[in-house]
Design a protein around this ligand. Structure first.
Ligand SMILES: Cc1ncc(COP(=O)(O)O)c(C=O)c1O
Length: 461
């Protein structure tokens, strides 16, 4: 059978041998990272200078004094001061397979020898079609009928592309609807949708956005009724002006609020009745529920028009059907991703799909149950200090100090000093959240993090 030179290269046994040698070296070193530990005092002064200089160069202080050394082991990461911490925030939901993961390194090596190019509008390598097929097949697992995918380099660019396709299809409609407290990103257009005044302070208004309240689990019927009523009011007030409804199915940055199938279906039905497309933002939820896509978890396969993914996949994309196909020229990007990211995405998504992560009894939900149980125990022990847990799957949050923003933030800094990374989300109440590295996290890691949470709570009591 005819073969390309590249195929000969990829099957050259020296590549396999080199990979094994590299992996043996990485494994030998990463296995030295076994537990949380404080900074090495001999590295401290240089580290502080590094943080100070870096903060100066980037024009602002880092949220945490965090600069990775370049290695970790599973959920543990080493910082450049020699300290080791649990990474339970994973770059706000990116490092699903934790740190120095052998499978991801293997995929990166495959990507690195797949030429030295970036993939983009004009030129892609054979790894792109493979990834596109995997993602579209998975998106269509329950018959959603998606036809196409456009890859891009950030979650907000996936949102921009979806919006452009929708506006072109619905022209001259120019308004969108979104949920209160939503987060979709921070470009000039999308920062108008993200429901946070500070993120659009000083910017010209580039989009007209109206908001409806998100699902309230304590008032199931009423919240569906209110959402539908709000939509009907808007559609009556501005007839034919709406192009899209943008939905996060689990609000991430907004504070780990989980929606409901009935609620979303009711919204999709009203929107479609008024010729308004539904864009689902899965940049944070992708790979985090018992299904690969959260729209599958909420059984919205036939209800949603476009789906944006990002973060965990390390490539970002908009998935859509023929009816939203853009005209030539609307969507393009010089480079959309690197070979290493494309190969890592393929590896990680395949692992999650094929190796026991999904389903109600899959690894993601088991980790969730275990972590939630441990947080619930803490709630029972310290009912005044901690409430929750909230979230779903590999998104876990808790409310501390009745949701006080300053105290919650202070908690995350103290927890960081004690050896675990978390982050805040939402306001009124502010929550402390974890984006669990579900690809590698173990119950032992969760035990370790919970011990640090308890220690930190006791220090702040
Ligand atoms: C739900 C959601 N949408 C979009 C984005 C924007 O993604 P990015 O920061 O990769 O542009 C984020 C990032 O936090 C997100 O959580």
């Amino acid at each position: 059978m005819a073969k390309t030179v590249a195929q000969d290269l990829f099957s050259d046994k020296r590549i396999q041998e080199a990979k094994e040698l590299l992996m043996a070296a990485v494994n030998e070193h990463r296995e030295k990272i076994t537990e949380v530990k404080p900074a090495n005092k001999d590295l401290k002064a240089d580290y502080e200078k590094l943080i100070e200089d870096f903060s100066q160069d980037r024009g602002g202080k880092l949220f945490y004094d965090y600069i990775g050394s370049g290695i970790g082991n599973g959920a543990l990461v080493e910082l450049a001061d020699g300290s080791v911490k649990y990474d339970f925030i994973t770059g706000i939901g990116v490092h699903y397979f934790g740190h120095s993961n052998p499978g991801v390194i293997g995929a990166h090596i495959d990507g690195a020898i797949m030429n030295t190019t970036m993939s983009g509008n004009l030129q892609q390598n054979v790894d792109s079609p493979k990834l596109f097929k995997l993602l579209l097949d998975q998106a269509n697992k329950y018959g959603a009928g998606f036809d196409h995918m456009f890859m891009t380099s950030s979650g907000v660019m996936a949102a921009e592309n979806a919006l452009k396709m929708v506006f072109q299809k619905k022209s001259p409609a120019h308004r969108v609807i979104a949920f209160e407290k939503c987060f979709m990103g921070r470009t000039m257009a999308v920062s108008q949708i993200t429901d946070k005044a500070a993120y659009r302070k000083g910017l010209p208004q580039t989009l007209s956005v109206d908001y409806i309240p998100f699902y309230d689990a304590n008032n199931h019927d009423r919240s569906i009724e209110m959402a539908v009523k709000h939509l009907e009011w808007y559609f009556e007030r501005y007839p034919d002006q709406y192009a899209a409804m943008c939905m996060e199915l689990v609000q991430g940055e907004g504070g780990y609020w989980v929606g409901h199938e009935d609620f979303f279906k009711a919204i999709c039905d009203v929107c479609h009745k008024h010729n308004v497309s539904v864009i689902v933002d899965e940049v944070q939820t992708f790979m985090r529920t018992s299904e690969l896509f959260a729209f599958q978890y909420f059984k919205l396969d036939k209800h949603v028009d476009m789906v944006n993914i990002g973060k965990n996949s390390q490539i970002c994309a908009t998935i859509y059907r023929n009816d939203h196909k853009p005209q030539p020229g609307l969507i393009s990007q010089t480079f959309t991703s690197s070979g290493t990211a494309i190969n890592a995405a393929y590896y990680m998504i395949s692992e999650v799909v094929n190796n026991g992560y999904l389903g109600e009894d899959g690894k993601i939900m088991q980790l969730h149950k275990y972590f939630s149980q441990k947080l619930d125990n803490l709630h029972k022990k310290y009912p005044e200090l901690i409430e929750g847990p909230w979230g779903v799957g590999a998104m876990v949050g808790m409310t501390l100090f009745k949701g006080d923003t300053a105290k919650s933030k202070d908690f995350t800094f103290k927890l960081f000093d004690n050896g675990a990374l978390s982050f805040i989300a939402g306001s009124k109440p502010t929550r402390v959240r974890f984006l669990v590295p579900a690809g590698v996290a173990t119950t032992k890691d969760i035990d370790g993090v919970c011990e640090l949470i308890e220690k930190t709570l006791n220090e702040m009591k």
